[in-house]
Each structure stands twice: as structure tokens, then as C-alpha cells.
Design a protein around this ligand. Structure first.
Ligand code: PMP
Length: 418
């Protein structure tokens, strides 16, 4: 499976994570008098100074509402907001900037599609196909849609390594399948799914595909046109951008044919009490005042990532993943959950005899931040018959030393529970 990796920048110059750490102010802090080792990047990444500066400049120099003002500040804000849309368009390889809709994040992007596209295109007896490894935000909106319209939610299962059982796909895709909702990279397992293949097969039966890119965007070069995804959803905060801003990419023809979801200011052409006509893309889906600073900050984050090179980030993280799998695997009590052939940046594990929450608490005392819990993926936990895992997830600024610190902290867990 190649996805879009061939289009990545040259890998010959490895990324210097030690140097890049200086770009992230929070990484310099201590936790419980120890240097912070931040390994909770799948929950949210830290922000580089250039993103903080972009937010600061917006609020300090040209804060204003967009699209509505003739005054200078409003024009500057509108220009920066629309320039951010173009940055996102290029980052995703979209054909046009009006295919980029700003949302609050992946969750809102999926809800937008389930409500606007779903209510118009899914009816009684139709089917939506999700996978067993979806995040709740790519399950629940589809369940709600299915309940409302009398459609059926079907599930593509995974195996015990956390790989999708692709041999089941053709059976599950039928002429009633309206949409397949699939995660590109699983937050709970790290599995990097063959979404190109899924998209090709879904299209063959006339179904659309929504890809949840929350965990792929920070780690892999993604090109939505090459993937031929109909919808692609992402969260800025997981890709070095601010909280509260996200993106829904949709093919222009698909978005154009969709009714709006939320009604309000900015999404209309004309309003009378008799009838409202709606604006063009993307305004039709951006009711109300948007997160202008968030969009500008997200563009700064994408520029930062592009400046380093997504291919180099992927190569660096692949090295860390390989190293982490080896050194953590040498700890006898560790059992990995999620051992797919193709993985990205996530090490989910169990420590024999100790509940993940206790593991997480002891790691925190050592300055190591990991996530423990079900990772908003209950079906994944149910598959493995476990309540939770301890998850270390990596970013461009992590180093082998961070993983060594995790190993040392896990040794502490053993001492405490011996
Ligand atoms: N999908 C995946 C795979 C995720 O990891 C997350 C966040 N953990 C989401 C969706 C939801 O993202 P957000 O909370 O930013 O909307």
C-alpha cells in the first residue's frame, strides 16, 4: 500500500528532533520536578511558537469579524482567513479552496456529513458501513442517522493484530451501501488502514467514503485527490494547530448537492420570512462567526509541518516506532495491543497485573505523559476483552530518549507493584 508517500519530500536529510524541540515552548517545562516527556500526541499535540505567534498577531493586531466588514481590520482578517483556507487546500491536495470547510474538529466534520448529506441521501433499508476500529466520533453520528431514517449500520471487523479483515469487505458492501466511514490511522491501535483500496471498492458499488483523518494528518502525507476520498475529516489540534478548529474536505460536486446543516449568519444569500436561499461553498456550511484565529493558527501549523517535510516526519516517527516497539517489547510484562504490519506512531500496551490507570499515574510521577483508557474506541476494547490500554503516541519532536524514559518509568511500575 503506497497511499501518498511517494509525493513526500526527500528523506535524505533526517529530521533533527532535538533541535526542533526548541520550537515548542511547553516541552521545556518540568512535571513533578522532572523534565516533561510528552507522549500523548494522539490526544493532542503541542504547539510550535510560530502557531502561538500567529494567534497572538491576529488578536493583537487585526482582530475583527470576517466577510462582513468594509473596514481595514475586517479586510485583513478576511484575507488571512481565506489565505488559511488555501493553505489547507494545498496541504490536503484538494482541487479547490471552496472544498475546504472549517469546522470545530473531526467530530463536527463527521456530524456535518451525517446530518447534511446523510439526511438527504440515506433512507430506510440503506446501509452505512463503518469499521470495528472507529473512534466513537465516527460511529455515533452514523448510528444516530441510521436510527432516525431506518437505515442499518454494518461493521467491517478486524483481526487480533488490529488489521481490517479486508477479505470481508466485498460481502459487506452491497448496492444498499450509501457510505463507508473509515479511519485512516487508528488512534487506539496505530493501524494505518488501506483506505485507497476501500475507497475503490466502495465506489464500485456506488457508495461514498468519509475518511477520518484525525490521526493520519499529523503523521503521513495525505492527498485527498489521489485517495479519491469523497470526504476527509481532521482536527487542527492533533496536527500542531490550535484547539477548536478542524476541517471537512468534500468534493465540490458532493458538497454542492448537499443541503446546509446549521442555519445562521454568513451561510445565506437572501433571507425573507417566506424563503431563504443559501450561499455558495464553503459559506453554506459555515454558519455564524468562525474561529478566525483558529484557522490562521492551523495554516501556520501546516506551513510549519510542510517546512520540515511530511515525508521526513513520517520517516522519523517510523524509526521511533520501530525503536519503541523493540525496547518496550523487551519488558516481560508488556503486551502490545495493535500489532498491524503497517502502523503509525502509536504504542498501545498492557502491563501485566497492573491496571492502565495505575500505570499512567506512576508514569506521570516520573514526568511521562501517556494516555490511559478506552481511547473513545469501546468496540476496540471489547474486541480484545480489556477495559483500557496505556498508550504512548509520538510526534515529530519525540526522541529515542523519550522512549528510554518511558522504559525507565515502566520499570518503576514494576518496582511499585512488585
Ligand atoms: N477520530 C480519531 C481517530 C481520533 O483520534 C479523534 C480524537 N481522539 C477523533 C476522531 C475526534 O477528534 P476531535 O475530538 O478533535 O473532534
Amino acid at each position: 500500500m503506497t497511499d501518498a508517500l511517494e509525493s513526500s519530500p526527500p528523506l535524505d536529510l533526517p529530521l533533527d528532533a532535538h533541535a526542533l524541540r526548541a520550537d515548542f515552548p511547553v516541552l521545556a517545562r518540568t512535571v513533578h520536578d522532572r523534565p516533561l516527556v510528552y507522549l500523548d500526541n494522539a490526544a493532542t499535540t503541542q504547539k510550535p511558537q510560530v502557531v502561538l505567534d500567529a494567534l497572538d498577531r491576529y488578536y493583537g493586531e487585526y482582530n475583527s469579524n470576517v466577510h462582513r466588514g468594509v473596514h481595514r481590520l475586517s479586510q485583513e482578517a478576511t484575507e488571512a482567513f481565506e489565505a488559511a483556507r488555501i493553505t489547507v487546500q494545498r496541504f490536503l491536495g484538494a482541487a479547490a479552496s471552496h472544498e475546504i470547510v472549517f469546522t470545530r474538529g473531526t467530530t463536527e466534520s463527521v456530524n456535518l456529513v451525517a446530518n447534511a448529506w446523510g439526511r438527504a441521501n440515506v433512507g430506510a433499508g440503506d446501509e452505512i458501513l463503518v469499521t470495528e476500529m472507529e473512534h466513537h466520533s465516527n460511529i455515533v453520528p452514523w448510528q444516530m442517522l441510521c436510527e432516525a431514517v431506518g437505515a442499518t449500520l454494518k461493521v467491517l471487523p478486524m483481526d487480533d493484530r488490529g488489521e481490517l479483515r479486508m477479505e470481508r469487505l466485498d460481502d459487506l458492501l452491497t448496492e444498499r451501501t450509501r457510505l463507508v466511514a473509515v479511519v485512516h490511522v487508528s488512534n487506539a491501535l496505530g493501524t494505518w488502514n488501506p483506505v485507497e483500496t476501500i475507497i475503490g471498492r466502495a465506489h464500485a458499488v456506488g457508495a461514498l467514503v468519509l475518511v477520518d483523518g484525525a490521526q493520519s494528518i499529523p503523521h503521513l502525507p495525505v492527498d485527498v485527490q489521489r485517495l479519491d476520498a469523497d470526504f476527509y475529516a481532521l482536527s487542527g489540534h492533533k496536527a500542531y494547530g490550535p484547539m477548536g478548529i478542524g476541517v471537512l474536505y468534500g468534493k465540490a460536486a458532493v458538497l454542492d448537492a448537499m443541503p446546509p446543516w446549521q442555519g445562521g449568519g454568513d451561510m445565506i444569500r437572501m433571507v425573507t420570512f417566506e424563503k431563504t436561499t443559501y450561499g455558495e461553498l464553503p459559506c453554506k456550511f459555515e454558519a455564524g462567526t468562525p474561529d478566525v484565529a483558529g484557522a490562521i493558527g492551523l495554516a501556520a501549523a501546516f506551513d510549519y509541518v510542510e517546512g520540515i517535510g511530511r515525508g521526513r516526519i513520517a520517516a522519523h516517527e517510523a524509526d521511533l516506532l520501530e525503536y519503541g516497539t523493540r525496547v518496550l517489547g523487551e519488558i516481560p510484562e508488556v503486551r502490545f495491543i495493535g500489532t498491524a504490519d503497517r502502523k503509525a506512531a502509536v504504542l498501545s500496551l498492557l502491563f501485566e497485573g497492573v491496571h492502565p490507570h495505575d500505570v499512567g499515574t506512576i508514569l506521570d510521577r516520573e514526568g511521562v505523559a501517556v494516555r490511559t483508557g478506552h481511547h473513545c474506541a469501546y468496540p476496540v476494547m471489547q474486541h480484545f476483552g480489556i477495559p483500557a490500554t496505556t498508550r504512548a503516541s509520538l510526534a515529530l519532536y519525540n526522541t529515542r530518549e523519550d522512549l528510554d524514559a518511558l522504559v525507565r518509568a515502566l520499570t518503576r511500575v514494576r518496582e511499585v507493584f512488585a
